[in-house]
Design a protein around this ligand. Structure first.
Ligand SMILES: Cc1cc2nc3c(=O)[nH]c(=O)nc-3n(C[C@H](O)[C@H](O)[C@H](O)COP(=O)(O)O)c2cc1C
Length: 205
């Protein structure tokens, strides 16, 4: 492992690159905590790392780790009441794990529009018709709604529904875990300093 890196982002990019062929490439476990302290986890697609703009039009100092979802889903409701959360990446083929903690922020609407427009039409329809995380009467009803949208928008573009878009995690903490023999695993951490930059340290395995 390269021990000279000053920023977790360098390591993060390197590990993503190394694990492009992994069975777990492109996905991550997203954990949120609701207003009564109940944690919940689920897999989402990892949509990359990006420098994003804030609502004042300025570019944030640290990049964000992106995913897209339904803004009325359980995870979105959790984030609404408590933006703190965590992401987990696991690459079994190389025995590597990355833990990331921080706060989730909604992406600017333009960024979500852009991403939505890049999705295949049938995925766009899925985003429109699915009341994600709500109770539904039947699967048949959902499919009928999908078919209706597919027919209605055959020749027309679909705009992004306001209930669907992206979030970015602004990390405050990273741990890069490498499995090693005899349980002497290597745990390398980066903690964001309040005045900028990253403090680096190791943890016992
Ligand atoms: C491989 C995989 C990829 C997924 N990607 C996403 C995703 O990018 N966005 C999303 O909202 N849900 C995704 N899901 C579904 C979520 O795991 C989850 O069921 C859904 O988001 C509802 O979660 P919630 O009720 O906690 O909000 C994915 C599931 C799997 C297994």
């Amino acid at each position: 492992m390269n021990t000279s890196v000053q920023s977790p982002w360098e390591l993060f990019d390197q590990w993503q690159e190394w694990n492009r062929e992994s069975s777990m490439a492109g996905i991550m476990t997203l954990s949120t905590v609701n207003s009564s302290g109940q944690p919940s986890s689920r897999i989402v697609n990892f949509r990359g790392v990006e420098l994003v703009g804030n609502s004042s039009g300025e570019i944030e100092e640290d990049p964000r780790i992106l995913f897209f979802t339904n803004y009325r889903s359980r995870k979105a409701q959790d984030i609404e009441s408590n933006p703190k959360g965590a992401l987990l990446f696991y690459y079994p083929e190389r025995r590597l794990q990355i833990r990331v903690e921080g706060c989730f922020e909604k992406l600017l609407p333009q960024r979500s529009d852009e991403y939505f427009a890049s999705r295949p039409k049938l995925s766009q329809i899925g985003a429109h018709v699915s009341p994600q995380s709500e109770r539904i009467d039947s699967r048949e009803g959902l499919i009928a709604r999908f078919d209706e949208y597919e027919a209605r928008f055959q020749e027309r573009e679909l705009p992004r529904p306001s209930h669907w878009g992206g979030y970015g995690l602004a990390p405050r903490f990273f741990e890069f875990w490498e499995g090693k023999p005899n349980r002497l695993h290597h745990r390398r951490c980066f903690k964001k300093r309040s005045n900028g930059g990253w403090e680096q340290f190791l943890l016992g395995p």
